[in-house]
Design a protein around this ligand. Structure first.
Ligand code: NAD
Ligand code: MG
Length: 395
């Protein structure tokens, strides 16, 4: 069998490097075709020297020039491309079989969609792409015969608990149970939330992730985005998805059937498991993750969602039930607010306040084309920035 050619969008990130770890275990099955990064030259250089991809792409053009010069000096014949054209090229190139979409945020939308358009096997970690463009994205996947495999651990678990990954083949599904750990601030006294620092918010008890998704986990915005993600991936409605708090993250999500059965997928909290599942599907591949030790695990507990502590979830539920523009506004406002929090411009508790203010000003419309989507995104980002300067001035 010929080697499967794999492109990793966002190769220097947390999901990207875990993907490379799994690929390195299977050199007879996979070959690294392209690796991409935003602007971190040294990180991508190191990966290029190790994996020798055909292409490396840097979104930042001067970073691309610096990488090309250094690769030439070190006699590595990887071709360097730049910008979003470069990202879309390596996502859709004829030689590519599989694309891991692991860029964070709206920045990953175009290239993830390019892979769907080119009918690739698409391993989707970039949940924001689906939140922004759900209807268009799923339609693009269907029309072009792409194979969409969820990498977000909850959605990968749900996929595994649905026969053949699809509710069409499991019409006895009564509910999807989306589990979440509750993040690092689940038990912090409520009156201390205002003073939470970026490092505190990023100190997730179970998962090691990039800083944006770590803050999303602390606000539980992540679970809300995942609700929208699940709605699109599994062609269901928000009322059929229930969020359950499970602090140990041993169960990664569940599916409840009409006969009373509940199927769960368990494992150590390590992204290499869903990544290996997506790479190997429908076969199983070794991932490097240790077997789950249930005795050492000792306990599994469950709690309802605390809606007072985590107001962001209700905003996501509202978006999940509304037309496309609301999810775009939600995602854009969150990205701007999280970035401002990480730069210590606003407080942790300001994040949902900024999002709500932007949603109040976002008109509810359908968003059938990329042009519409990008226009709503741009508008919501500027509204979020306005809201943040108001907050900053008022203090
Ligand atoms: P990360 O911050 O660790 O890595 C992000 C990657 O995207 C990096 O390679 C970076 O260079 C690239 N990137 C950033 N901005 C870019 C831009 N403007 N243009 C092009 N490339 C850009 O993020 P992560 O934690 O690996 O998360 C990646 C995606 O996977 C996110 O959508 C996240 O929600 C999702 N996800 C992550 C995890 C996890 O465990 N980390 C789990 C589930 C889902
Ligand atoms: Mg997740």
């Amino acid at each position: 069998m010929s080697l499967q050619q794999v492109t990793i969008l966002g190769a220097t990130g947390s999901v990207g490097t875990s993907t490379l770890d799994v690929l390195a275990l299977h050199p007879s099955k996979f070959s690294v075709f392209a690796l991409t990064a935003n602007d971190n030259v040294l990180a991508l250089l190191e990966l290029c020297l190790r994996f020798r991809p055909i292409f490396a792409v840097m979104r930042d053009k001067s970073a691309a020039q610096a990488l090309a010069a250094e690769l030439e000096r070190q006699r590595c014949d990887t071709t360097v491309l730049a910008g979003s054209e470069g990202l879309c090229h390596v996502a859709s190139c004829e030689e590519v079989d599989t694309v891991m979409a692991a860029i964070v945020g709206a920045a990953g939308l175009e290239s993830s969609l390019a892979a769907a358009q080119a009918g690739k096997r698409l391993l989707l970690a970039n949940k924001e792409a689906l939140v922004m463009s759900g209807a268009l994205f799923m339609e693009t996947v269907r029309k072009n015969g792409a194979q969409l495999l969820p990498i977000d651990s909850e959605h990968n678990a749900i996929f595994q608990c649905l026969a053949n990954g699809s509710p069409e083949h499991a019409d006895g599904v009564s509910k999807i149970l989306l589990t979440g750990s509750g993040g690092p601030l689940r038990t912090l006294p409520l009156d201390q939330l205002d003073a939470v620092t970026p490092d505190q918010a990023c100190a997730h008890p179970n998962w090691e992730m990039g800083r944006k998704i770590s803050v999303d986990s602390a606000t539980m915005m992540n679970k809300g985005l995942e609700l929208i993600e699940a709605k699109w991936l599994f062609d269901t409605t928000p009322d059929k998805i229930e969020i359950v708090i499970h602090p140990q993250s041993t169960i990664h999500s569940m599916v409840q059937y009409v006969d009373g059965s509940v199927l769960a997928q368990l494992g150590n909290p390590d992204m290499r498991t869903p990544i290996a599942h997506g790479l190997g599907w429908p076969r199983r591949l070794e991932s490097g993750v240790e077997a789950l030790d249930l005795i050492a695990q000792n306990q599994m507990t469950f709690e309802p969602l605390d809606r007072v502590r985590f107001p962001a979830v209700a905003l996501c539920e509202h978006a999940a039930n509304a037309q496309g523009s609301i999810s775009i506004g939600l995602n854009a406002a969150n990205e701007i607010a999280v970035d401002s929090f990480l730069h210590e411009l606003i407080r942790f508790t300001d994040i949902p306040i900024v999002i709500e203010a932007v949603l109040d000003q976002t008109e509810e419309t359908q968003t059938p084309t990329m042009e519409h989507i990008l226009a709503v995104d741009t508008e919501a980002r500027s509204k979020a920035r306005e809201q943040i300067s108001k907050l900053v001035k008022s203090r």
